[in-house]
Design a protein around this ligand. Sequence first.
Ligand SMILES: Cc1cc2nc3c(=O)[nH]c(=O)nc-3n(C[C@H](O)[C@H](O)[C@H](O)COP(=O)(O)OP(=O)(O)OC[C@H]3O[C@@H](n4cnc5c(N)ncnc54)[C@H](O)[C@@H]3O)c2cc1C
Ligand code: SF4
Ligand code: SF4
Length: 420
Amino acid sequence: MKGYRLRDQMNSIAEPPIKTWFWELEAAVIEADRCVQCGVCVAVCPSNSIGVQALTNVPELVKMCTGCSLCWDFCPRAGLRYEATWHDDDDTWHGNERDLGDPAAQEEDWMITGDDGDVGLGQVIETYAVRASKTVDGAQDGGAVSAILAGLLSAGAIDGALVSKPSEDPEEPWKGVATIARTPREVYAASGSFYNQTMALAALDLSRYALPSRPRIAVVGTPCEVQGLRAMQLRPWSTGAHRVDAVVLTIALLCTKSFDYEALILRELQRTRGVDLDRVKKIDVVRGRLIVEYTDGAIAVDESIRDFHGAALKGCDECADFLGRAADLSVGSVGSIDGWTSVVVRTERGRAALDKARPVLDLREIDDVSALIRLDELNKKVADNALQRPFDPDASMFIDFSEHVQSYSGTDRQPVSLRR
Ligand SMILES: Cc1cc2nc3c(=O)[nH]c(=O)nc-3n(C[C@H](O)[C@H](O)[C@H](O)COP(=O)(O)OP(=O)(O)OC[C@H]3O[C@@H](n4cnc5c(N)ncnc54)[C@H](O)[C@@H]3O)c2cc1C
Ligand code: SF4
Ligand code: SF4
């Protein structure tokens, strides 16, 4: 292991007490196949010692580890007690002071004890079903996320958004890669869901992008990415190249599971099921099934998600944050009819973002908010099971959520107006 070799080369220099080194994270999380490829350890490292392995998309040491312990402390599969980042009504800690230009959002606080943050939906101000007023090509559900980001960019409320765009490598069809979109056009080009983790927070090294010196960035990520980000903002330190301080808005994608790119897309879909990836219009995990649709409308795959268990990231079994409770906005398909996105507004900052993007959004009441809570409870049971047993890939659950999620078939409702 690279880390141990480096340590051996240190000529027995005495270590300060209570140091945790990268290779301890490497052994306990990465080599144990528990890494969920969030990129938190890369972003938190003050000496920029952690990079991303090109082939496997997991962290690796690229220069000397100083034993600062931060990668361990902030990793959601290691030292991070991520419930501590969940909001509470009795918020007391002042976090990121940057805002979206709305005075109400400047009083944004978060709780650092996580008291009742796991009850129901967690902290909620409002819930909506949202869609883009103008159809977004390639959007996963209502195109709400893309429209919100584009609206914020157009309004001058943010300078960029961390999103996932399709890989430009022809050998990597349907692989999402993290990028900073700086224009509405770039945001729309990155719409839709990629069922692979992108080491997103590693992309917060903004030096590659032309941005103002104090950029304001919105982050779209899976809940584990938002947990790590929030934790980093809650405990400011002298950062390396990654601009955690620049993040003014977090949007969490509801998430029960993500996948290894090679295993899901290339092995299970392309090689095992003969899917022609060049013809694919959309890949969706919905109502307990994985559905692959071609551009001509033909359905290439419609199969229980259980059949793809072997391609999922094993570390996801331990995750109990389906609802992205640490985010400003949590978004997903569950709870709204097809063509709409469920949006949980958790903070004043989230509400300010929705207000600023309001001209490009249709909003109405969410269809079935209890569907989100039911799925969250099931997700927590999976995590409980995973944490209480020695890991057994065959026994680890892939719940068939279809029984628990209402099937919506064209029961549209009349739009209702937002608060004003
Ligand atoms: C791995 C994964 C699992 C999900 N699981 C569920 C679920 O179980 N239940 C549920 O209701 N919803 C789930 N979602 C969310 C859902 O698929 C949609 O992303 C959400 O409803 C928003 O739809 P939209 O049309 O508003 O977004 P769009 O306008 O299509 O925008 C989606 C945004 O997400 C970004 N993005 C895409 N893939 C990733 C990624 N892998 N990591 C970070 N950012 C990304 C895109 O770049 C884009 O900015 C999941 C999404 C992902 C990526
Ligand atoms: S889970 Fe995230 S923080 Fe932990 S090792 Fe993997 S990429 Fe790093
Ligand atoms: S299930 Fe949890 S750990 Fe896995 S990608 Fe989703 S949020 Fe991250």
